[in-house]
Structure formats: structure tokens, C-alpha cells
Design a protein around this ligand. Structure first.
Ligand SMILES: C[S@@+](CC[C@H](N)C(=O)[O-])C[C@H]1O[C@@H](n2cnc3c(N)ncnc32)[C@H](O)[C@@H]1O
Length: 263
């Protein structure tokens, strides 16, 4: 009897593992459908291109959209991300063999190995705890050569972008590579002490719904500048939009940081 229970539990675990695997694969496909090449990618590619044939770190590379383009542009690219399923999706893409993929966070980085480091699509905001953020910046400083460049985006809290994260304003329709059409919307769940929580909903044609919850830290320009200086970075510019507008000047609502590792 005990054996039968153990067997049933193993079968159930295996089914759940398969379901999890499908969910994760489906979410990676949904992520790519949501996050196609955009003005932000153009910005980061141009910024990296200022250093020809750079050794580039893409920290929080996700499913590899920008890392792959950087490698195709002739840079030597390392993509680092703690989320194994995203890295698996990245590794399966054409051209992925040109890139060094590492599962982990900034702690795994070698010393003085990169000319440029990028964190794109608001990776910086996923590093929510202030201690983690300070440590990440210190590791980035250590991993960059003296004078190396750090470029990342963070949404400007002054733009209050989360006010648009409601089912009405955020409704969108995505088409997956296999033709499946997914109805998506975002629901704000909490705004508290600089942290904004939300759930992305993805409704599949068969009625199944995937939910992808998240929490982002919104840091002010002053907070970013203070943390960067403490980690040994000199801020060269902070843009407010992908056309290099001043902070607050347009609807992009970004803080796009261009900094240099102090010599
Ligand atoms: C919104 S995705 C952006 C992915 C990719 N940069 C892009 O442009 O599509 C945020 C990524 O940050 C990663 N991430 C979360 N915490 C991290 C950390 N502490 N260090 C590095 N990456 C992290 C997540 O796993 C996720 O892949």
C-alpha cells in the first residue's frame, strides 16, 4: 500500500513537472512575443557600438534578444541570467553558440573582463532589495575594466507608469510563433514603499490562463546617482527617453543611465 502511494506521488510529481515545463516554455514564448525588437534595443545597440568589437556583458539577458544582436554586430558577448528557462530559450536561438551564457547573477562575474555592461528592459528594477542593488553595482564595477561603460534603463517613478497597468489601458493581443493568439492584460496589485507589484495575464484560445506576477523597485534619479557614485561609477548622462530626451521631457518615462567605471 505504501509503495502504491509512493508510486502515485511520483506520477503526480512527474505530471506537475511536465506542466511546469510547458508553462515555462509557453511563458518564454509569450515573453518574446511581448518583447520584440524596439527603440530601446536600437538605443542599447548604438550605445555599445561606440566601443567597436567590445567585450559586452548583458546582465539579466533573459531570452537573449539583445545579446544575439550584439554578437551579430561583432561584439564578444556574455549573457548572464539567474532564470534557467530564459537561458534555455536563449540557447536554442540561431546564433546562440557565439555567446557565453552563464546562469547566475553579478556575483559570478570575473574581474575586469568587460568593456561595456548593459542591463535592459528594466532588469535593474527587478533587483528590488537595496543591499542586492548595491552589491550588484559593486560587482559590475569589479567586472568592468577601468573606464568601462555601464548602460541601463529604469522607469522614472515621477512618470507613474503603473497607473496604466490596469485591464483597460494595458489590454493587448500577442501572436506566438506557432500562430496562437493570446489576449493579455496587466493588473496592478500593490504600490508600496517604492515597490510596485502587478500580474500579467495571458488568456490562451482554449480558455487556459497563464499568470506572471512581478514586483519592481522604482528608484528616483537621485537614488540611482547616489548608488552609482558609492559603487565607483561616474554618471555621464541620464536620458529620459529613447531619443535621448532630457528626463521628464516626453512620455517614455525612463531614466536611461550612461555611466563609466572610475579609473
Ligand atoms: C524583463 S526581463 C529582461 C530580459 C532582457 N534583458 C530583455 O531585454 O528582454 C528581466 C530579467 O532580469 C533577470 N533578473 C532578475 N533578477 C536578476 C539579478 N539579480 N541579476 C541578473 N538578472 C536578474 C530575470 O531573470 C529576467 O530575465
Amino acid at each position: 500500500m505504501a509503495d502504491l502511494h509512493a508510486q502515485r506521488r511520483q506520477d503526480a510529481d512527474r505530471v506537475m513537472a511536465d506542466v511546469d515545463h510547458c508553462m515555462v516554455r509557453c511563458l518564454a514564448a509569450v515573453y518574446d512575443a511581448e518583447n520584440r525588437w524596439g527603440r530601446d534595443d536600437d538605443f542599447f545597440l548604438t550605445a555599445v557600438d561606440q566601443t567597436p568589437a567590445a567585450r559586452v556583458l548583458d546582465l539579466g539577458c533573459g531570452t537573449g534578444r539583445l545579446a544575439l544582436a550584439l554578437a551579430a554586430a561583432g561584439h564578444t558577448v556574455t549573457g548572464v541570467d539567474p532564470h534557467r528557462a530564459s537561458l534555455d530559450a536563449a540557447r536554442a536561438k540561431p546564433g546562440a553558440d557565439r555567446i557565453t551564457w552563464i546562469e547566475g547573477t553579478a556575483e559570478v562575474l570575473p574581474d575586469a573582463a568587460y568593456d561595456v555592461a548593459v542591463l535592459t528592459s528594466h532588469v535593474a528594477q527587478e533587483i528590488r532589495a537595496e543591499d542586492d542593488w548595491r552589491r550588484t553595482l559593486a560587482h559590475l564595477r569589479r567586472a568592468l575594466v577601468p573606464g568601462g561603460r555601464l548602460v541601463f534603463d529604469s522607469r522614472d517613478p515621477a512618470a507613474r507608469r503603473w497607473e496604466r497597468w490596469n485591464p483597460r489601458d494595458s489590454r493587448r493581443r500577442l501572436t506566438l510563433p506557432n500562430g496562437t493568439v493570446v489576449d493579455a492584460w496587466t493588473e496592478l496589485t500593490e504600490v508600496r514603499a517604492g515597490l510596485v507589484s502587478f500580474v500579467h495575464h495571458y488568456l490562451l484560445p482554449d480558455g487556459d490562463e497563464l499568470r506572471s506576477p512581478g514586483t519592481l523597485r522604482f528608484r528616483t534619479e537621485a537614488e540611482l546617482r547616489t548608488a552609482l557614485a558609492a559603487a565607483g561609477f561616474a554618471v555621464e548622462r541620464i536620458h529620459g527617453g529613447w531619443g535621448r530626451e532630457p528626463v521628464g521631457a516626453n512620455d517614455d518615462g525612463e531614466l536611461i543611465v550612461m555611466a563609466r567605471a572610475a579609473d
